[in-house]
Design a protein around this ligand. Structure first.
Ligand code: M6R
Length: 373
């Protein structure tokens, strides 16, 4: 049941601290990631790979995009990410020693499954190739799980709302664990760095709860949205895919047209859209790109754009501007920040949809599991 919540989406948003705890359970011990969480042969596989190809759709694709920033930055491991419906039809080149990672809440998404089967067929016909496959999925015994060499189950629990929330969060946790597991087998991640990442993951449920505590402020913000027809989401680095995810959630459940841009791309076109009727949502963690982002935000506000900024304790946007700012988190960890900021965007979409009176859990035209092409 709904357990006192008005919608499954709301319930699932608030289940996220527990979903993270459950996904970490049995996968870490003494500040270490247990490599065989990905399967008994995971260490042998991870040792040999020299790049990663992630394939997914929708929100699961966005999780993959965040992971690309992590893998390349922290491990210096090449990582490509592609939506399954493009990947499978474009005759892609796949290098030997590539780990193929499919990500899916349901494990039944037709395009993702077809892409994986296509890779399996290639492996069957060219047995000299080493192209191991791994599925990160929320449903045991699903088609994707059955078709993969290695598997990792996110323990988010059943996700009923069509809009994916807790599955996404636990996919990111899984990808962070994968990063450490590959890093330590390839000896390109020190035990110290591993310890820091694991500590961050252990803190994550608390960070998410702190963000959820801002619901009342976010609900207030949502009021300035309900009569809008468009919105722009901005971010840099990992916050760019988080902006994409925020825009997808808003479109999906509130039917407001939303686009995400990497903030540095603004002046290459989208700045022309900005006027007083355009809400611009920026995700502004205190990282090495914050000063550049702040100047992007000034450009938007100079053109009358209505700024809404999610920042952390040290970003300093609120003290330097009169924008609408929500301090969504105290945290700036490389791994935990995108996961935490996303929670604030989930709440924003939810409350906009609530005001608009749309069918939050079952948006028009959409299905929970896209099993047809
Ligand atoms: O079950 P999957 O993760 O494979 O589903 C992929 C997409 O259909 C899904 O994430 C979709 O984009 C969600 N409705 C977004 O909230």
């Amino acid at each position: 049941g709904l357990n006192g919540h008005r919608h499954y989406m709301h319930k699932e948003i608030f289940e996220q601290p527990q979903a993270v705890v459950d996904t970490l359970e049995g996968r870490i011990a003494n500040q270490e990631v247990l490599v065989d969480s990905f399967g008994a042969s995971a260490a042998q596989v991870f040792e040999r790979i020299s790049q990663v190809q992630i394939i997914a759709c929708g929100t699961s694709y966005h999780a993959g995009l965040v992971a690309k920033y992590w893998f390349e930055d922290i491990l210096r491991l090449p990582c490509q990410v592609e939506v399954a419906s493009e990947y499978r039809y474009r005759n892609p080149v796949i290098a030997n020693n590539t780990l193929v990672v499919t990500i899916s809440q349901s494990g039944e998404t037709a395009d993702t499954l077809a892409a994986l089967k296509q890779i399996q067929a290639l492996k069957d016909s060219r047995t000299e190739l080493f192209i191991p496959t791994l599925t990160i999925c929320n449903v045991p015994e699903s088609s994707l799980i059955r078709a993969s060499d290695l598997t990792f189950l996110t323990h988010a629990g059943p996700e009923i709302g069509v809009a994916s929330t807790k599955a996404f969060t636990t996919q990111l946790v899984a990808l962070a664990l994968l990063l450490v597991a590959i890093g330590k087998t390839q000896k390109c991640l020190t035990a110290h760095r591993e310890g820091l990442i694991v500590k961050g993951l252990i803190k994550l449920p608390g960070l998410i709860s702190d963000c959820l505590a801002h619901e009342a402020d976010i609900k207030l913000l949502a009021q300035s949205f309900a009569d809008k027809h468009h919105a722009i989401f901005l971010g840099r680095g990992t916050m760019y895919p988080i902006a994409m995810e925020g825009a997808l959630k808003l479109k999906e459940i509130s039917y407001i047209h939303a686009e995400a841009y990497p903030a540095g791309e603004l002046k290459h076109g989208p700045l022309a859209l900005i006027d007083e009727t355009m809400p611009v949502i920026a995700i502004a963690p205190h990282d090495e790109l914050i000063e550049k982002l702040k100047s992007n935000l000034q450009e938007v506000s100079a053109r009358g754009g209505q700024m809404i900024v999610f920042e952390d304790e040290r970003s300093g946007v609120s003290s330097e501007s009169n924008f609408n700012v929500i301090k969504a988190t105290t945290n700036v960890g490389r791994i935990t920040a995108p996961i935490t900021f996303n929670i604030a965007l989930q709440l924003l979409s939810y409350h906009v949809a609530l005001i608009k009176g749309t069918d939050v859990d079952q948006p028009r035209n959409l299905a929970k599991s896209v099993t047809v092409e």
